[in-house]
Write a protein that binds this ligand. Structure first.
Ligand SMILES: [Zn+2]
Length: 273
């Protein structure tokens, strides 16, 4: 049941990926075949199964569709099941699934159009703040950072700062520095504002700690691997632009879903000796 509901949401994400960059309505009109323009009926819109049943072709003009649509549906279905399995019936499960959906949209829109829509970034940041508030309201101070400064004996002060806001500032700040440095060193923009904003939003969820650095390191590794593979197959040259948003999205999903397993491994390999 959860898989099918997730896959149906994945089907909607395909619409968002196509229409959001074109600033078209997300709900109207109904989806059409891009080749023959025939409106898709209910039977064509059953997630995953329609694609398999029709062998990836349009029922009217027989033109084949990219398997990408079916893969987005299947992955989103799996992510819905995974969220419930990993986080249980908590607030975290639906919220992190929503973040997953945003990241899928970021992945493909940045790949296709080299932009990261602000809407997706805003939703991710909002989830970070909501999770923080939920922890604070339930009595825990786990999501607040305490800064302690002792001036002299008996005098001092303590500042409580919400983890999400500190993480957001740190994530965005780190990427601003990278953007600035890479522009100076390589004399061309290495990172866009969309990447900076997405990193800030992820900082709001992951907080300014090990999890964020794990996310950062994985995204750089994924980027390097993709770049090398891309060049090896002659698909892109040394100076071609490869969008960084998809790497950030992959790293984000890994850390959000498998953070407690991945973080110690990455940290022990790259940071802590
Ligand atoms: Zn068609």
């Amino acid at each position: 049941m959860i898989f099918l509901m997730g896959a149906a949401i994945g089907s909607f994400l395909n619409v968002v990926i196509f229409r959001l960059p074109r600033r078209e309505s997300l709900v109207y009109p109904r989806s059409r075949c891009l080749s023959c323009g025939e409106e898709l009926g209910v039977i064509d819109l059953v997630p995953v199964l329609s694609y398999l049943g029709l062998r990836g072709r349009c029922r009217h003009c027989r033109r084949s569709y990219s398997p990408r649509y079916m893969l987005v549906e299947a992955f989103t279905g799996l992510a819905a099941v995974g969220a419930l399995q990993l986080f249980g019936p908590t607030l975290k499960a639906p919220l992190l699934f929503i973040v997953f959906c945003c990241l899928v949209v970021v992945f493909f829109i940045d790949l296709d159009h080299y932009i990261i829509p602000d809407e997706t970034v805003a939703i991710i940041a909002a989830v970070g703040i909501v999770l923080d508030l939920a922890t604070l309201l339930s009595g825990g101070t786990g999501s607040a950072l305490v800064f302690n400064e002792r001036l002299s004996v008996g005098t001092g002060y303590e500042v409580l700062l919400p983890k999400s806001l500190v993480g957001m500032a740190m994530g965005a700040g780190l990427f601003v520095v990278i953007a600035f440095v890479s522009e100076r060193v390589f004399k061309r923009p290495g990172m866009g504002w969309g990447d900076v904003k997405l990193a800030g939003a992820m900082g709001a969820i992951l907080g300014p700690g090990y999890q964020f650095f794990t996310f950062f390191i994985i995204s750089v590794i994924v980027g390097a691997v993709v770049g090398v593979i891309c060049m090896a197959f002659g698909r892109c040259g040394r100076r071609d632009y490869i969008p960084f948003g998809p790497m950030l999205a992959v790293a984000a999903v890994l850390v959000l879903y498998f953070g407690s397993a991945v973080t110690p491994v990455v940290m022990s390999r790259f940071v802590i000796q």
